[in-house]
Design a protein around this ligand. Structure first.
Ligand code: ADP
Ligand code: MG
Length: 212
């Protein structure tokens, strides 16, 4: 069993569609506490990923998909989110390099490496009101589900639900990293756009697994 390249590609294709659908929502969130470009950045980056996915060789594995996502996001997405998501997908790709299918432990390793990449790159801690506040609960929930013997789809559902909760929980926080931190106390009362896009992407991963 395990999730293979079909899942990895379906995740990213579905994620691109979801980010396109939520483009305006992410723009508005970023307009409230940033410069209003997050929806545009993510949509542009993932549309570029879609084009490059068509050239993926037939023998590709999930790590190859994530590496393609990483290099494309790093080269096409400006702002903070491009390098942060790029590093997440690059570290995730390295964590599962060469594997043709990913079991629960591999999924936890993938998500953990992605989160660690974001932290390495952005130096944000939990509670700083960034995408880390979606990723860390997701990693913890995935690890707990895997320890309980959940299957791959259930592990991803647990991660997505925790990321959604983490994104909502950024609302009362005062931003301490990124552009939103310039607002100080005035950043409270708004959801962090990067935490929201992270939750959308992790939900897309779970939905792609559920569709098989
Ligand atoms: P920019 O802030 O350059 O306009 P985006 O609007 O695309 O870039 O992305 C903003 C998001 O990036 C924020 O909502 C936050 O989640 C995330 N972010 C910004 N700085 C950091 C950081 N140092 N660590 C983690 N995430 C960060
Ligand atoms: Mg922005």
């Amino acid at each position: 069993m395990g999730l293979g390249v079909g899942w990895a590609e379906a995740w990213i294709r579905h994620g691109a569609d979801v980010l396109a659908e939520h483009r305006l929502e992410l723009i508005i969130l970023d307009r409230d506490i940033g410069d209003g470009d997050h929806g545009e950045n993510m949509d542009r980056g993932f549309q570029a990923v879609l084009i490059r996915l068509d050239d993926l060789p037939p023998e590709a594995n999930p790590g190859d998909v994530f590496k393609l996502v990483a290099t494309t996001l790093i080269s096409t997405v400006g702002g903070a989110a491009g390098p942060l998501y790029g590093t997440a997908f690059l570290k995730g790709a390295l964590a599962v390099a060469g594997a043709s299918t990913l079991d629960g432990a591999a999924l936890v390793a993938l998500l953990t490496a992605a989160r660690d990449g974001i932290v390495l790159r952005g130096k944000a801690e939990s509670g700083d009101k960034t995408m880390v506040d979606a990723w860390t609960p997701a990693v913890d929930a995935a690890a707990a589900a895997a320890a309980d013997g959940a299957d791959e789809t259930a592990i991803l559902h647990a991660a997505a639900a925790a990321a959604e909760g983490g994104a909502v929980a950024t609302e009362p926080l005062v931003a301490r990293k990124g552009r939103a931190s310039y607002l100080g106390e005035r950043s409270a009362g708004h959801r962090d756009p990067g935490a929201q896009s992270s939750a959308l992407l992790l939900r897309a991963a779970a939905d792609a697994a559920a569709r098989g």
